[in-house]
Each structure stands twice: as C-alpha cells, then as structure tokens.
Ligand binder design. Structure first.
Ligand code: ATP
Ligand code: MG
Length: 627
C-alpha cells in the first residue's frame, strides 16, 4: 500500500478506511457505527463497539508471544534494568489492577500517576485501563503546585507515587512533593499508593492514607482481574498539555479510537511489526510516552524500551548501547536530546553496532537542519521529523516509512497523516492560502480517531480553545505553517511566537534555523522584544558547543551575519546573548514566553513547568550585563 492511496482513502472515504483499520484490534462487541459526527466539533468513533486498551496491549498477545519481551525498563540513574515478557507483564498488571480494586478504584474513577519513568508507571497505566479507571499521568518531578492543580481538576480516587526519582545522579524525593500537593489540593484523594524504590530512606508514610505497594503486591500475587469492556467512546485517560503557553488543559482520550490509531500508527508510521523493538526516549508522562512507550508498541505486539535518566549518563553512548543490545529497529526521541548529544564526542556513537536500527523519529519541537544532518550522518539512518500535539495523540504530519518512504525535505515533517484533513489558512479570513504562503495550520473536523474527545469536564473550553478561531468550524493548531506545492508542510512556530519587525512578520523558527547553522552554536532561542522604533526586534539567546576556538563576540557577529545573508537585514538579531543553558519545560521545550517576559522586564509568569531554574537566573544576569 502506498502513502497516496492510503491517505486519499482516509479522507475521501473515512468510514470505510477506519472500519478497515479497526480490524487491527480486538473488539469484544464490534462497532455498530464507524462515525457519528452529528454534533460537531464533537465526534464519536466506532460507536457501540466495546474494547479494552489493556486487553489489546497485553492479553491478546499471550497466545502467540507470551515469552517475548514486552517491556524493558532501563535506568541510567540506578544502573538497574528490568525485563518483562508479555506473560510477566500480564502478571504484573493483574496484581496492580487487583491492588487498585482493593483501594476502591472503580470504572470511571480517576487515578493520578506521579511516578518516574519506571516499569511500575506502565503497570499502573495498564491496570487502570484494565478496570476502566481513567489514568492521569503527571510527569514525575513536576512541582507540588503543578501536581495540586491537576489533582483538583481530575479529582482522583487514588494517587500513585514513588518514594523518589533520580536525575543526574541526584535522588529527588517525590513523597514530600506529593504531601505538599495534597495539602494544597481542595479535594485530595483518600489514598496514596507508594512504590517504594528504596531510594529515599527518610520517606514518611501517613497512616490511614498512604499504603506501600510492596505490601499489597504480596497480598494480590497471582490475581486475575477481568477486563472491563468499555464502549469505544468512554474515556481512557487524561493528559494535561505541557503548558508552554499557559494553564494546562486536560486532554481527554477515548478508548476505541485511540486503540485503532495506535495499532495503525505503530505499524504504518513507526514501521514496527509484532516482535520488533521500539525505543522511545520519552518519559511516560508526556504524550509521546503514552502513545509510543506504552500503548502503541504494546498494542502492536512489539518490545518497548523505557529509559530513566539523561542521554549522557552513565556515558553519552548509553542509548546506542541499548540499541545494539536489544536490536532496536525504530527509535523515537526529541531534537533537544539530540542537540545534547551533539555537544558530546561523536566517538560514543561510532563504537556501537547499530545495524538493526532503521529509523530515527524526532518530534516535539522544530527540528533544525544542522541537528538533523548531524545525527543522520552519525547514525546513517533516515531521520523522520514528525509533528503532533498532546491533543492529537499521534503524529499529524509525518512521513510513513511503514508504508513507503517519501523523500524527506529539510525543515519539513512531511505530509498529512491518515485521517487528518489539513489546511493552511489566513489568520483573519480563515480562507486557505496559496501554496508557499504562511498561514495557520488547521484541521477540518471530524478529527481522526485518537485525537482528543474533549477537555476534561469542560466541553466549552474544548470548543472555545480549539474551534472558535475562524468563521468556519476548524480546529486551530495555533501553529504557523507553510505548505509547499508538493504538499509538504513546514512548521514555523506558534501563532503567539511571531516577531513583527516594522510590519514584517517573522517566524522565530526561521531565525533560529539560520542562527543554528553557525558551526559554533549548539542551541538557540529567538524571541521578539519590544522596540520603540520597530515595534519588535529579534533577540537571540544561544548556547555554544563545548570546544570552539572563536571568541563569543566573533560567534555573535557570525550569527547576525548569517541571518542577514539568509533572511535579509530586517531579520537581523538586535542582540545576541551567549549563555550556558536555555530555560526549558520538563518536556524539553524552550520557554520563549518567559525569555520574552524577562527581556521586556515583565514577570516571567508561571514557571512551575521550568526544568532548571538556574538557567532562567543566568538569563536574568545576562540581560543585566548586556550582550
Ligand atoms: P501548551 O499547549 O499547554 O501550551 P505545548 O503546545 O508545548 O503546551 P505539546 O502538545 O507537548 O504542548 O506540544 C505541541 C507543540 O509542539 C506543537 O503545537 C508545536 O508547536 C510543537 N511541535 C511538536 N512537534 C513539532 C515538530 N515536529 N516541528 C515543529 N514543532 C513541533
Ligand atoms: Mg499546545
């Protein structure tokens, strides 16, 4: 099957197409109706069908692949690896599900999961899915306030946490954060289930509320918990958006549509067949982690690698060593992680046999050309950029090497994924702009299976946030894009990230791309800063590669010159600040919003998702000092 006919059918005959795709999963009761779009922008896929995510991810594989590895959880921090076959995964998930039931968790109840990137996080998610409870994974290490906000929104029956996580060799106690969050929350859950990793020997349990998983685990050893068959449109989980641009939204996912989207995408996009190995370096707390560390590979009968820690510990070759050891076929990471590795000695990469590796997928942030070229040359495998959002749950723009690989185009994630009816429209009129022109990337409803059903308990916010930007009912991605004559889409950055220099509208992305091409530059963030004369001017923040002979001033001038040469003098950065680190969210996204606020001497706003507060402090000092 080639991409063109696959895609064409998905948008011209969606019901036929998705009915066919639905056969990739097990339905306890087959759907009665493929699509109900009678109440847009809401839509229901596979109406009347009943299924279960855990059954599809685990039980269904026992007949054929019980002894095959399902999950490999590696910690670069503790140095410990746990391997689980499908049979063992089934056992663990059943014990966990029995534990949830013993703690009064029932179908439809929410469970907040606040764990590091360890196997228990996967067990907890699948156990919830098994009994029809709705999980809401909160990225481990989010601050207490952040956790409290999510608890108040989700109103869980139970919170699952660990004693501690680890980062860069440092133990990070989780339990005190949980205690603080529960104090702050207005409706805290009655129970907390603690996975004690033995990292924090000082941990306190609150009697009557906190229970040690190890104790319950023994009690439920060997349990068999029947799966709850859910109607396709019953919620499976909530996942709050990363909050780069403001208050997080509780993205609500359905059950059947998501299962089908996972089964199709793991095969046709990520090119993973049953028995093959997928390594996604994401944390399960993010959308990528949900879909391609847990549900995608497991529904697809593959082996999933889970990794706790940094790409540079114990050494910068650790990921490639895992690719070699487990025979990874498709790897999925982020441009940010690759830029971290780019700063290291390439020798770490070359000392591993990567002959099984076929593809490197990257997502989450614009992939700059130098980073893409560097990793492509080092690995010798195609680099597949893919664009999506927490809301979509799976790639919206990508190439599909699982079907047939179309040519890659530098700077573009590629072509629309099946079911995505995509347009680039004028921000005011909402009319489609000609090929090659800049506009807002939108999706025509109905959104394909797997995308959000609504915002948790807030249908108005779903309509208002995503579907109220144009006269026509269109889902706004809130990203700028250009579609070229071949149908390739280029993402130019968020609609709130545009710089307006004397009436010229410049995407931060274009300038970043240009600056990042400078050989001494490791990473950049470009923002628009208020300027009396021009309205706004571009300002660059950059980190440099480890050893570069040039002086900082020379490099800064070089960056400005590149922009002038490539984009014209209107785009010339007014100031260049060279710093040691850029402020990012825990998911590795640049906090341009905060950079801009600091540069304009405003309050940087909610910093609870900030990864490394020292980075922002350094920016503050750099701004005071001047470029
Ligand atoms: P919030 O919506 O809460 O502000 P967020 O948008 O950062 O947070 P995510 O859903 O994790 O949360 O990120 C999706 C966004 O990331 C996209 O809208 C886009 O701006 C960016 N993005 C993702 N993948 C790519 C890519 N391949 N190329 C360019 N940008 C990308
Ligand atoms: Mg977003």
């Amino acid at each position: 099957m080639n991409y063109e006919s696959f895609y064409r059918q998905s948008v011209e005959q969606p019901e036929l197409f998705w009915a066919e795709q639905a056969r990739r999963i097990h339905w306890e009761v087959p759907p009665q109706r493929i699509l109900d779009h009678s109440n847009p922008p809401f839509r229901r896929w596979f109406v009347g069908g009943t299924t279960n995510l855990c059954y599809n991810a685990v039980d269904r594989h026992l007949a054929e692949r019980a002894d095959q590895l399902a999950l490999v959880a590696v910690s670069g921090e503790t140095g410990i690896t746990h391997e689980y076959s499908y049979r063992e995964l089934h056992r663990e998930v059943n014990v966990f599900a029995a534990t949830l039931q013993a703690l009064n968790v029932r179908r439809g109840d929410r469970v907040v999961i606040y764990l590091p990137n360890i196997a228990e996080a996967v067990f907890a998610m699948l156990a919830c899915a098994r009994i029809g409870a709705i999980h809401s994974v909160v990225f481990g290490g989010f601050a207490a306030h952040n956790l409290a906000l999510r608890i108040d929104d989700a109103q869980p029956k139970l919170l699952v946490c660990a004693d501690a996580g680890m980062r860069a060799g440092k133990m990070i106690p989780y339990k005190p954060l949980v205690d603080a969050a529960l104090n702050e929350a207005s409706a805290p859950p009655p129970s907390v289930l603690v996975v004690d990793r033995g990292l924090d020997t000082q941990m306190n349990l609150t009697p009557g509320r906190d229970v040690d998983y190890a104790e319950l685990r023994v009690r439920h050893e060997g349990a068999e918990v029947p799966v709850a068959w859910l109607e396709s449109n019953e919620p499976s989980y909530l996942l709050y958006t990363s909050g780069t641009t403001g208050k997080p939204k509780g993205v609500q996912r359905d059950t059947g549509g998501y299962a089908v989207a996972m089964a199709m995408s793991i095969r046709c996009i990520f090119d993973i067949a049953p028995g093959q190995v997928m390594f996604s370096t994401s944390d399960v707390g993010w959308a990528v982690g949900h879909s391609y560390n847990v549900y995608g590979p497991l529904i697809g009968g593959a082996t999933s690698l889970l990794y706790e820690g940094l790409p540079t510990r114990p050494d910068p070759g650790v990921w490639w060593g895992l690719c070699e050891k487990y025979g990874v076929r498709s790897m999925f990471s982020s441009p940010t992680a690759i830029r971290v590795l780019k700063k290291q000695d390439a020798g770490w990469l070359q000392s591993h046999d990567l002959s099984t590796l076929k593809w490197l997928f990257l997502a989450g942030e614009p992939l700059d050309e130098p980073t893409s070229q560097w990793i492509n040359a080092e690995l010798g495998v195609p680099v597949i950029d893919n664009y999506w959002q927490t809301e979509t749950g799976w790639p919206a723009i990508t190439l599909m090497p699982g079907l047939d690989l179309k040519p890659t185009k530098p700077g573009s994630p590629g072509l629309p994924a099946p079911g995505y009816r995509m347009k680039v429209v004028d921000e005011n009129s909402g009319r489609e702009v000609p090929a090659g022109s800049k506009g807002v990337l939108v999706l025509e409803p109905p959104l394909p299976p797997g995308c959000l059903s609504t915002v948790w308990r807030d249908d108005d916010r779903y309509v208002h946030s995503y579907f109220s930007h144009f006269r026509e009912l269109l889902y706004s991605s809130l990203d700028w894009a250009i579609r070229d004559a071949d149908g390739y889409t280029f993402i130019l950055g968020r609609t709130d990230d545009v710089i307006n220099v004397a009436g010229h509208r410049l995407g931060t992305r274009e300038i970043e791309e240009s600056v990042a091409g400078h050989p001494a530059v490791a990473e950049t963030a470009v923002i628009g800063v208020r300027d009396e004369l021009k309205g706004q001017v571009p300002v660059v923040f950059a980190t440099l590669k480890q050893e570069t002979g040039a002086s900082v001033a020379e490099v800064a001038r070089g960056m400005q010159q590149r922009v002038v040469d490539q984009l014209g003098s209107v785009a010339k950065p007014a100031r260049v600040y060279v710093v040691n680190a850029l402020p990012k969210t825990r998911s590795g996204k640049l906090l341009r919003r905060s950079l801009q606020a600091l540069a304009e001497q405003r309050d940087p706003g909610d910093l609870s998702t900030l990864d490394d507060p020292a980075a922002l402090e350094e920016i503050r000092k750099a701004l005071e000092r001047g470029p």
